[in-house]
Design a protein around this ligand. Structure first.
Ligand code: NAD
Length: 340
């Protein structure tokens, strides 16, 4: 049997990886829906702000969405529990979860690091993957690197679209060059209405001149709507504080000042306002200056480009964890694995 055939035969007989999704808003729901047809992963746990759902035999997506629309996953019968400390309670209940995708808002900007600390203190061992965006948020996780390792947790950060898919593409494209001059990420996002992705939109507003994470966090829904009315639903973002920069620096590809991120978000139209792309400019060993461009298909949604990579990194993280490799990694240093 060839190595590849042997691997396929093994994966066909292995039980699916048991995974959870924390946060059940726009991305959390899309993530769980993406898992429905997958053979290699089974979705058994989820939490929102007011409750959680857990069953070892696997959660049903439609039933979970119906419960969430009533106010929380906690209303799911019979597997839901209402709780104001849903993450904490779920970790205690669901010891068999091998890995979680953290589809949580990072508001305040310290929230994801606090969640990581909760996992460290709980004694749970497994894999965590986030799609966090800000450089300063990834820096907080870097400080937890030793604690994660000691706790037996494999944590992969920045594993969405940007940072994530596009940062990883830049890391691969960089291999053609002897020196990297510039990495320029430009994204276009189109969503039909902002309420489907409240945290994403608030976190994007925090990058606009005159706003920060704290003021965006405090905005009421009516204030967000008033701002979007003024801009005809568009958010135009430049020179964002995005962790693609620190991730490429840590991977030894270029200094962070050579990485720029910006884009346009249309909150009233699912069509992308522009094609998402990353341009990597460098000098080859022969002295030629050139640019590689990686452009995402316009038909792919934000949810597809965030949740697909997040689970690809979750699978990669689980294989590292099973080999005893723990600690903090970024999307620029580990290759995602395709989930069948
Ligand atoms: P959302 O507002 O739609 O949903 C957030 C969910 O988290 C809700 O279900 C809410 O109940 C839950 N939640 C909030 N506080 C909680 C708590 N204390 N305990 C448990 N659950 C809690 O969010 P979204 O728009 O899906 O965004 C999620 C995150 O994904 C954001 O941080 C966003 O920036 C990030 N994101 C990353 C990328 C990328 O490419 N890297 C792209 C888009 C979004």
């Amino acid at each position: 049997m060839s190595g590849q055939v042997a691997r396929q035969a093994r994966s066909a007989t292995q039980p699916p990886m048991q995974v959870g999704v924390l946060g059940f808003g726009g991305l959390g729901q899309a993530a769980a829906r993406m898992l429905v047809p997958k053979q290699e992963m089974m979705w058994i746990a989820a939490a929102d702000q007011k409750g959680y759902a857990y069953t070892g035999s696997g959660l049903n997506w439609d039933e979970c969405v119906a419960a969430y629309q009533k106010g929380s996953l906690g209303y799911l019968e019979p597997s839901g529990t209402l709780s104001n400390s849903s993450i904490q309670d779920l970790i205690q209940q669901a010891g068999q979860v091998e890995g979680y995708f953290l589809a949580l808002p990072n508001l305040p900007n310290t929230f994801m690091a606090e969640v990581a600390r909760q996992f460290i203190q709980s004694g749970w061992r497994g894999v965590l993957v986030d799609a966090i965006k800000r450089t300063s948020a990834v820096e907080q996780l870097l400080h937890l690197s030793d604690d994660l390792q000691a706790a037996g947790i494999t944590y992969l950060t920045g594993c969405g679209a940007t940072p994530g898919l596009l940062t990883a593409a830049a890391a691969i494209a960089a291999q053609s060059y002897a020196e990297i001059h510039q990495v320029k990420i430009t994204f276009g996002v189109g969503i039909a209405n902002w309420e489907a992705y409240r945290a994403t939109i608030r976190e994007d507003i925090a990058h606009l001149p005159g706003y920060d994470t704290e003021s965006a966090h405090q905005m009421t829904d009516a204030e967000v709507e008033a701002l979007l009315d003024q801009t005809h639903g568009l958010l135009t973002l430049e020179n964002m504080e995005h962790a693609d920069d620190i991730m490429l620096e840590l991977a030894g590809i270029c200094s962070r000042d050579r990485v720029t991120v910006g884009g346009v978000v249309d909150t009233r139209n699912p069509k992308k306002p522009l094609s998402t792309n990353v341009k990597i400019t460098g000098r080859t060993f022969e002295g030629k200056i050139s640019t590689h461009t990686f452009t995402l298909g316009d038909e792919t949604s934000m949810a597809a480009n965030v949740c697909g990579p997040a689970f690809g990194y979750l699978k990669a993280g689980i294989s590292l964890h099973r080999r005893g490799i723990h600690g903090l990694f970024t999307a620029a240093e580990v290759m995602p694995q395709f989930v069948r």
